[in-house]
Design a protein. Structure first.
Length: 445
């Protein structure tokens, strides 16, 4: 037993020789806070808690990279299950794993393959975890395929900030987030340090709006298989309610996707359109963008490196956004994004809602959803009128939505909302609420 233990120690020492060279010796490019020591190596290996969000194309690469960088205290969260189409690039999965939770299978693979690594899986939505869960990590690394999920997580880490008596941020409450994404042969990586660097919402314009199709084309002159799927999604589903009243489309529910695909195929047959498949239907419903394995590997390598820099301080981290493109050759560009003074998430300032008294609540809602700096998905609004709380419109709960939707037609004057009135706005893009201040523009009347 002593012989085996000795061999393991010798093997382990040789295994991390390169890493020790980085962490146990000084360097002219190291950050000012870097202090080479055995304790730093021990922190990276044994103490540093890292959460990997997403176990898809980028997430699989990140888990492998971090484990091989000696991070041994990892957790991964993902709500998805393995599909046959994942196997061409998500290399931690095999055909026998189809239908199993990605987080669980990925964690088991890394734990078995990389000695000493302990990955804890969470098969759930990120929204199912509370503040105490996210606060327990030293670092969060994201490989998400959804801007919506990115914004929610961004709101969560900003909400974790604590302030001292002078109004300054307590550095101990900052949970850094390293985020990466890919779109075909293009990708990006960024570092988000709440209160220090721009948050996701500060640079929301870097994310292109989702592709939409004109309703008149979808309803009357469809020409593409995507038009048929969108018709079933936007028009037919709400009309027929195939799975019951108020049941919304779940892009991860096979029964929903099969019904949508079947109905889209019937509509395509009416107009002589070819190409409606289950995979295309899933792609339209979930807004899936084709992924390239090599791009995922490059982006994962970048964000894993940034995570190591932040955790070890052995080198200054990226400032703060990197773009990658290998459509024609290989091109990268890194630039420093700037914080927005009026960012609704990290500035702590209320947003200004400029309307007239004759504007309707629907106008306010549409502004919150369509403004390029806000892009809310389904905002709910509450306020205080004559000292009493009043629900103006609640979109998140079907029964309350039914009870309050009549207010959308009413003018702000009818709702007794005055100039300077504050409206509390909640949306699924963030766990935080936003304060909006009405500013009546009488010149617009």
């Amino acid at each position: 037993l002593d012989h085996v233990t000795k061999m393991e120690v010798q093997s382990d020492s040789a295994r991390w020789k390169g890493l020790r060279n980085l962490l146990l010796r000084g360097s002219p490019i190291a950050g000012n806070e870097f202090e080479p020591s055995e304790e730093l190596f021990e922190f990276i290996q044994k103490q540093c808690r890292v959460l990997v969000v997403g176990a898809g194309g980028i997430g699989c690469e990140v888990l492998k990279d971090l484990a091989l960088m000696s991070f041994q205290n990892l957790e991964v969260i993902d709500m998805d299950t393995i599909d046959l189409s994942n196997l061409n690039r998500q290399f931690l999965f095999r055909q026998t794993d189809i239908g199993q939770p990605k987080a669980v299978v990925a964690a088991n693979f890394i734990n078995k393959r990389i000695y000493g690594c302990n990955v804890t899986p969470h098969y759930s939505k990120i929204q199912d975890k509370d503040e105490s869960f996210y606060r327990s990590f030293h670092l969060i690394v994201c490989g998400l395929d959804s801007i919506h999920a990115r914004r929610w997580l961004n709101g969560m880490i900003v909400g974790l900030l604590e302030y001292n008596e002078d109004g300054q941020v307590d550095p101990a409450s900052i949970v850094p987030m390293v985020d990466g994404g890919s779109e075909g042969f293009k990708g990006n990586a960024r570092v988000v340090l709440p209160s220090i660097t721009p948050c996701i919402d500060c640079t929301l314009d870097l994310y292109p709006p989702q592709v939409t199709y004109p309703l008149c084309t979808i309803a009357h002159t469809p020409r593409l298989p995507e038009h048929c799927v969108e018709y079933v999604k936007i028009i037919q589903w709400p009309k027929e309610e195939p799975f019951g009243r108020s049941v919304t489309i779940d892009g991860d529910n096979p029964d929903h996707l099969l019904w949508l695909c079947d109905q889209a195929q019937k509509r395509a047959d009416q107009y002589g359109i070819q190409g409606v498949t289950y995979r295309l239907t899933q792609g339209v419903i979930k807004r899936i963008i084709p992924a390239v394995a090599s791009t995922n590997a490059v982006i994962a390598a970048s964000i894993s490196t940034e995570a190591f820099k932040i955790a070890s301080t052995c080198c200054p981290y990226m400032q703060n956004y990197m773009m990658f493109n290998d459509i024609d050759g290989v091109y990268t560009f890194t630039f420093t994004g700037e914080k927005r003074d009026d960012c609704p998430t990290c500035s702590l300032k209320p947003i200004t809602l400029s309307f007239t008294e004759d504007s309707t609540l629907r106008d306010v809602r549409d502004f919150l959803m369509n403004d390029p700096q806000l892009r809310m998905k389904g905002p709910s609004m509450t306020t205080v009128v004559r000292g009493k709380n009043r629900s103006l419109y609640i979109a998140s709960i079907p029964s309350l939505e039914e009870a309050t939707k009549a207010n959308l037609k009413k003018t702000l004057r009818d709702l007794e909302l005055e100039d300077g009135h504050e409206i509390v706005i909640g949306d699924s893009t963030s766990p935080k609420t936003v304060i909006g201040t009405l500013k009546y523009n009488y010149n617009m009347e």
